[in-house]
Design a binder for this molecule. Structure first.
Ligand SMILES: CC(C)(COP(=O)(O)OP(=O)(O)OC[C@H]1O[C@@H](n2cnc3c(N)ncnc32)[C@H](O)[C@@H]1OP(=O)(O)O)[C@@H](O)C(=O)NCCC(=O)NCCS
Length: 200
C-alpha cells in the first residue's frame, strides 16, 4: 500500500507542534496508560477494555511490522518540546473492503487543543502522497461528536450510516461512513501545499 519512503523507522513527519513517528517499544507504557481510559476504548473498534497487560507491546510490534511491509502506516504523535509527550496515534490502513481508512486517537489529557486535526491532516497527506488511494474512508460512531467534528474539519463528507467491524466491541457496531476523495482533498482545508517533506 505504502511506497518505500515510509517503510523505515527513520520516517518522520513534522507539524507545527507535533512529531509523527513510528512507534517504539519504549512507547508501550504511555500507550497503555492512554488506552486504559474508558472513553478511548468506547469510541474505537480495536482497543480492548479493560486494556490487557502486554497489549501495548503487541500493538507496537504489529504496527512496526505493518509499517515495514508497507501494508499500512501507524504513527505515534508526540509533542515537540523536551518532554515529547505521547499525545496519540494516527493510522492509515486497509479496511475490510480494501479501502484506505484513517484512524486516530488522542489521549484524554491532550484533547481539545487541535492535536487530532493537526496530526490527521498530515496523515491524510501521507495517504494521498505515498499511496495510490483514490478515496480515504473514516468511520465514526454516530454519537462520537468529537470525531465527527474532526472529520468534518478535515474535509470529509458524510456518506450515511454503515457498520464497522469492531472486534474489541464484540462484533459489528453502527457507524457513520465518511469519505474524502483525492480530488476533494486538494480543495480542502486538509490540503497542505507547502507541507514539509516527510524526512527520511
Ligand atoms: C476524537 C478525538 C481524536 C479528537 O481529538 P482532539 O485533539 O480533541 O480534536 P481537535 O482538538 O483536533 O478538535 C477537532 C474538532 O472537533 C471538535 N471537538 C473536539 N472535541 C469535541 C467534543 N468533545 N465535542 C464536540 N466537538 C469536539 C473541535 O471543536 C474541533 O472542531 P472545530 O475545528 O470545528 O473547532 C479525541 O476526542 C479522541 O481520541 N476520542 C476517543 C477516540 C476516538 O474517538 N477516535 C476516533 C475514532 S472514529
Amino acid at each position: 500500500m505504502f511506497s518505500d519512503i515510509s517503510r523505515d523507522d527513520v520516517f518522520l513527519i513534522e507539524t507545527p507542534r507535533l512529531w509523527l513517528r513510528w512507534p517504539h517499544a519504549r512507547d508501550a507504557d504511555a500507550i497503555a496508560r492512554a488506552c486504559a481510559e474508558p472513553s478511548l476504548a468506547l469510541w474505537t473498534a480495536r482497543i480492548p477494555h479493560p486494556y490487557p497487560e502486554g497489549e501495548a507491546e503487541a500493538f507496537v510490534a504489529r504496527a512496526r511490522a505493518a509499517n515495514f511491509a508497507g501494508e499500512g502506516l501507524t504513527l505515534v504523535v508526540t509533542t515537540k518540546g523536551d518532554r515529547r509527550d505521547l499525545v496519540g496515534c494516527v493510522s492509515v490502513e486497509r479496511d475490510a473492503d480494501g479501502q484506505a481508512e484513517l484512524g486516530y486517537w488522542v489521549a484524554r489529557p491532550f484533547r481539545g487543543r487541535g492535536y487530532a486535526s493537526e496530526a490527521a491532516r498530515r496523515a491524510i497527506s501521507a495517504a494521498f502522497r505515498l499511496t495510490a488511494a483514490v478515496t480515504l474512508v473514516a468511520k465514526a460512531h454516530p454519537d462520537n461528536v468529537a470525531s465527527r467534528a474532526t472529520l468534518e474539519g478535515l474535509g470529509f463528507v458524510e456518506f450515511g450510516p454503515t457498520t464497522c467491524v469492531a472486534p474489541a466491541r464484540g462484533g459489528a457496531v453502527e457507524a457513520v461512513d465518511h469519505r474524502l476523495s483525492r480530488a476533494d482533498w486538494r480543495e480542502s482545508a486538509a490540503y497542505d501545499v507547502a507541507a514539509p517533506a516527510a524526512r527520511v
